[in-house]
Design a protein around this ligand. Structure first.
Ligand code: IPE
Ligand code: IPE
Ligand code: MG
Length: 258
């Protein structure tokens, strides 16, 4: 069993009062299968438990004033898994929305997605589209689901579009810079992540937001995603507050680098 890193009351108060809360947290929700295996359950039970866990993490993020929570739910490489598992995972967004949408609306959450949306099954697209529509006017936490997301695929799509726009004189090659490239990515309306969390003991990006995490902080835990609770999340937030971000400069102040 893993020992969960609980915080004491004083540390919790520090998170609630201090202003250095990451604005954008991106989480690689890994370990559903191993969570299930450890309990003698089918992998799908792990995915279901993982889905339910999103509720807790959204509430905690909201509580601490996080602005954007990006959750890696399905990668462009996850199609390699058995069809039965893929089918099950791609039904979960609909189930999640069915159960939790009223609560998310009440909490002023706005749902967005990044990824190759048009390549998802129609039933997944329809459910998510409706949830996006019903939350588009909310201005609280952005719950951004990475669904059929792959960073390299995203970059290929961006390069194709940039090439087309240059060829049709919509974009001048001389004007191409980092900001312009960012505007061709799925994340164009979002700030880059401040903190990336990966659960389950793996320490890799697995094709997640390669461009966007250039200056993100990383936090890893052995805890499997379905066990990633409020206490573990608070530990990540607390550790983040003690990091010194310099962005290549000498101070901890983002604005001074610009
Ligand atoms: C993460 O859990 C969910 C997805 C990748 C869809 P996994 O299914 O990868 O769980 P493990 O890594 O096999 O334990
Ligand atoms: C990354 O987890 C993708 C998601 C969490 C959706 P994987 O389980 O697919 O990653 P690898 O295969 O271990 O790198
Ligand atoms: Mg995994």
């Amino acid at each position: 069993m893993f020992r969960l890193p609980f915080l004491n009351k004083k540390q919790k108060q520090k998170i609630a009062t201090i202003d250095n809360v990451p604005e954008h947290i991106a989480i690689i929700m890994d370990g559903n299968g191993r969570w299930a295996k450890k309990r003698g359950l089918p992998r799908l039970a792990g995915h279901k438990q993982g889905m339910d866990n999103i509720r807790t993490i959204v509430r905690t993020a909201n509580k601490y004033g996080v602005k954007i929570l990006t959750l890696y739910a399905f990668s462009t490489e996850n199609w390699k898994r058995p069809k039965s598992e893929v089918d099950y995972i791609l039904k979960l967004p609909k189930e999640f929305i069915h159960i939790y949408l009223p609560e998310l609306i009440e909490e002023n959450v706005q749902i967005k997605t990044i990824g190759a949306f048009d390549l998802l099954p129609a039933h997944t697209q329809e459910a998510v589209e409706e949830a996006k529509k019903r939350t588009e006017k909310n201005d609280g936490l952005i719950l951004n689901i990475a669904l059929n997301y792959g960073s390299r695929y995203e970059m290929v799509q961006a390069i194709k579009q940039i090439t087309k726009d240059v060829q049709s004189d919509q974009l001048n090659l001389e004007e191409l810079n980092e900001q312009v490239i960012s505007n061709y990515l799925y994340t164009k309306d979002l700030l880059d992540p401040d903190l990336v969390i990966r659960t389950s003991g793996e320490q890799r990006l697995s094709n997640f937001l390669l461009w966007q995490v250039a200056y993100a902080e990383f936090w890893f835990t052995d805890v499997y995603w379905p066990d990633f609770n409020e206490n573990v999340f608070e530990k990540a937030l607390s550790d983040y507050q003690n990091r010194k971000r310099r962005f290549g400069g000498l101070s901890n102040n983002k604005s001074k680098q610009e």
